[in-house]
Design a protein around this ligand. Structure first.
Ligand code: ATP
Ligand code: SF4
Length: 324
């Protein structure tokens, strides 16, 4: 009743990797929430911390990772719950599709047999017929025929395997699916097909999803909201039709200028000069300052906080709230 409850909420989440030469600050003060039915894209260049954040939600980080802050999945405290709660949650409530998820399948067993084994990890008493019935429906959603269940992994293309992993991720009707660069390894045509199937899952099955990618156009095609990440920070978060159409953050502006126009108009592409900063060093000012064409004095003194723009967006930039 009343207010719509968040499915996932992150508050000031920091994730660091301890290394012999210092701590890599991979995610810094990430605050984000997702309600049921939301589709959020997390976009940023390689090394910006997207996968670390997603793996942090799933608690699939290496032992060297230190996580602080608060991460709630409904009423489960993901950072403090016990191992059994997490195991029950993963895949049943929060599923993930990686870039080449199906590479881990055994080459000597048929796809269907392996799916039955995977399903039985959570539902040991399930019969083969039950699992096949469910899979047949899910395969049809991603435009695959049932016969793929009777094939061996090597008899299927990369695109088909990725579609199977997407349908498999839905087998327990999870509340949240994380697509981690799930279409990156596919050729352009197959990527387009798989993306349209992801869109169908979202609109017809109301699958709540987080889609991680370095490709802004993938987010534009499939998500309602977007979080733009740079050097561990969520620099700009908001509705796709605002952030990708009228970006406020200089990094988002640079990122969009590095991609072909989403509306198809021809223009010269500009990259963002410079590289990501060393994440082991604590920056004195804004992490983007060394590359930012709009940097001014204050930018070299302190990292800006996330500011609510009042239009459903949050932006980490000193230009927010000052005379622009
Ligand atoms: P990509 O798109 O290339 O996957 P990303 O945006 O997902 O990049 P992450 O993989 O999350 O970024 O990496 C964030 C930072 O953390 C990078 O600087 C990376 O080198 C560092 N990192 C990732 N894993 C580890 C680890 N196990 N130990 C130390 N540093 C790590
Ligand atoms: Fe650029 Fe300053 Fe904004 Fe950082 S705070 S993005 S350096 S203008």
């Amino acid at each position: 009743m009343g207010e719509k409850q968040n499915l996932l909420s992150l508050e000031d989440v920091c994730i660091g990797y301890e290394t012999p030469t210092g701590t890599v600050r991979a995610v810094v003060n990430a605050t984000l929430s997702l309600s049921a039915g939301d589709t959020l894209g997390i976009v940023g260049e390689s090394g910006s911390g997207k996968s670390t954040l997603a793996h942090g939600i799933l608690r699939l980080l290496p032992k060297t990772a230190v996580v602080t802050g608060r991460m709630m999945f409904q009423d489960v405290d993901l950072l403090r719950c016990d191992a059994k709660t997490l195991k029950d949650l993963r895949w049943k409530d929060i599923a993930v599709v990686f870039q080449k998820s199906m590479n881990s399948l055994s080459p000597v067993h048929k796809v269907g047999e392996q799916i039955v084994d995977i399903y039985r990890v959570h539902v040991p008493q399930a019969t083969k017929e039950e699992v096949y019935d469910r899979m047949r429906h899910l395969l049809s959603v991603v435009n695959l025929p049932d016969r793929v269940l009777d094939l061996y992994p090597h008899q299927l293309s990369g695109g088909m395997l990725q579609r199977i992993s997407i349908s498999l991720s839905l087998i327990h009707q999870p509340k949240l699916v994380i697509f981690d660069e799930a279409t990156t390894a596919l050729d352009v045509v197959t990527q387009g097909q798989v993306l349209s199937e992801i869109r169908r899952l979202q609109s017809e099955m109301h699958v709540t999803s987080i889609l991680i990618t370095h490709d802004v156009s993938v987010v534009a095609e499939t998500c309602r909201r977007v979080a733009v990440m740079y050097a561990g920070h969520l620099m700009e978060v908001g509705p796709v039709d605002q952030v990708l159409v009228s970006p406020r953050h200089p990094y988002t502006q640079g990122l969009l200028a590095s991609f072909p126009s989403l509306s198809g108009a021809r223009r010269r592409l500009r990259g963002i000069p410079g590289t990501l900063p060393d994440l082991k060093a604590e920056p004195k000012g804004c992490v983007f300052a060394p590359r930012c064409p709009k940097a001014f004095d204050r930018c070299h003194e302190s990292m800006p906080p996330a500011v609510d723009t009042g239009t459903g967006c949050t932006v980490k930039c000193h230009l927010e709230g000052s005379e622009r």
